[in-house]
Design a protein around this ligand. Structure first.
Ligand SMILES: Cc1cc2nc3c(=O)[nH]c(=O)nc-3n(C[C@H](O)[C@H](O)[C@H](O)COP(=O)(O)OP(=O)(O)OC[C@H]3O[C@@H](n4cnc5c(N)ncnc54)[C@H](O)[C@@H]3O)c2cc1C
Length: 394
């Protein structure tokens, strides 16, 4: 198991740390520690300009192959980048769905024309993406997707009709990748296609959903005979492509988020010291437990990085999601208990939340998105531990 980074990696760490220090100034200074979970509605235009600043520095798509415009950075370097990014308090990324999900999927499955058409906009920080997977009756059971795609016999183009839901950042995105049924009458994971769709067309309606935080990071998206720009792979390949993409989702950025967690825990500890909560024995126990949980996360991440872990459904990646999501949700609750009665006071009506109040509310969703805790446990039990499969209602 690998516990340290080598000298070249440490030099890379110095490069990114000093670049961030030099560039998170002037018009970007006020974005420090902004735009993260629960604060994602703040400064979207400024954060888009920040994406372009990052891109100009060559820091977007660092893990992509050089042939596709990336730097071919190693996993270690990508983790270091994510760690230093959070340590510097650089703003929440608006480009992460394009960089981390759409881009790698197009690199893996797209044609040369599709790569030439879509990758540059992601790499230069001017085009943003959202993920059109979930539907009102297809969340955990994603294979139940009902949105359909029909090919126009004359033009050969695909048109999409249906509804997606919980689509993060749809209101800030030029593009959406959409999972839709290409084969009428098909069920479950068969007969699906993976489409790239331009958001700016009258056949698409984006309706914000107000969240617990009072903000609307995600949306309902309605497609009414909307034109798909491209189909990735063949009709029927959608499920395989969609699942590969979910593998990217559990990748390196998740590891780098530990630094953001450390920032949050540090703030909670600072408040506990200053308001006397640190003298409460029960709070002290929970702070120590949070610290221990974060250390375990770090060791688990390093173990994954070492690359000697099995990569099956009982792999450390699944265990990791379950662990960090529950840990982070508990951290949100700890923050409220450390704040005491102050946790219930708002700076203004209706929703002027402090950073820790947003943290508490947003962390309720950590155990839902990217696979709920129950679903993670089902997969670990069934496929990892060989337990009998759960009964299906259909
Ligand atoms: C903040 C946030 C951002 C999101 N962003 C996006 C996005 O950008 N794009 C996108 O496509 N989706 C997005 N989602 C949707 C997310 O993927 C779904 O919420 C998630 O997959 C769960 O689906 P669901 O909400 O339909 O809940 P359901 O699947 O209806 O589940 C409801 C409850 O039942 C439990 N449950 C369901 N099936 C089982 C089972 N077989 N065994 C035991 N328990 C079960 C679940 O664990 C859960 O507790 C986002 C969600 C959140 C919270």
């Amino acid at each position: 198991m690998k516990l340290t980074f080598n000298a070249a990696d440490e030099r890379f760490r110095e490069d990114i740390a000093s670049w961030l220090q030099a560039h998170l100034v002037g018009e970007f200074e006020h974005l420090k520690f902004r735009g993260g979970p629960g604060d994602e509605h703040m400064f979207p235009e400024e954060r888009k300009r920040w994406e372009q600043e990052l891109a100009a520095g060559g820091w977007v798509g660092i893990g992509w192959p050089e042939a596709c415009g990336g730097r071919g950075a190693s996993i270690e370097q990508q983790v270091i980048f994510a760690e230093e990014y959070a340590r510097a308090g650089a703003p929440g990324r608006i480009g992460h769905i394009g960089e981390g999900l759409a881009g790698p999927t197009i690199i893996a499955f797209g044609t040369p024309e599709q790569k030439a058409k879509y990758l540059p906009g992601i790499l230069n920080g001017t085009e943003f993406w959202c993920q059109g997977y979930s539907e009102p009756s297809a969340g955990s059971d994603l294979a139940n997707v009902r949105t359909r795609a029909v090919r126009d016999p004359d033009s050969g183009r695909w048109r999409i009709t249906g509804q997606k839901i919980w689509t993060s950042l749809a209101h800030e995105s030029q593009w959406c990748f959409v999972l839709a049924r290409t084969e009428p009458g098909s069920v479950a994971h068969r007969g699906l296609g993976f489409f790239l769709v331009r958001m700016a067309q009258p056949e698409i309606t984006v309706r914000p959903i107000e969240q617990l935080t009072g903000t609307s990071e995600f949306n309902e998206v309605f497609f009414d005979d909307a034109l798909a720009e491209d189909l990735v792979g063949e009709p029927g390949d959608g499920w395989r492509i969609a699942m590969t993409l979910l593998g990217f989702e559990r990748g390196v950025s998740t590891l780098g988020q530990q630094m953001q967690f450390q920032n949050e825990l540090d703030e909670i500890i600072r408040i506990a010291r200053s308001n006397g909560a640190a003298s409460d024995p029960a709070i002290r126990q929970r702070i120590a437990e949070a610290h221990t949980g974060l250390r375990l996360m770090r060791y688990n991440a390093l173990r994954m990085l070492s690359g000697d872990e099995r990569s099956g459904p009982d792999s450390s990646a699944l265990v990791y999601k379950l662990h960090w999501a529950s840990w982070h949700r508990n951290l949100g609750a700890l923050a409220m208990d450390v704040l005491g009665p102050e946790a219930e006071l708002l700076d203004g009506a209706p929703y002027e939340l402090t950073r820790l109040q947003s943290l508490f509310l947003f962390t309720r969703s950590d155990t839902i998105y990217g696979g709920t805790n129950q679903i993670q446990r089902n997969i670990i039990a069934e496929r990892g531990l060989g337990m009998p499969k759960e009964a299906k209602g259909r």
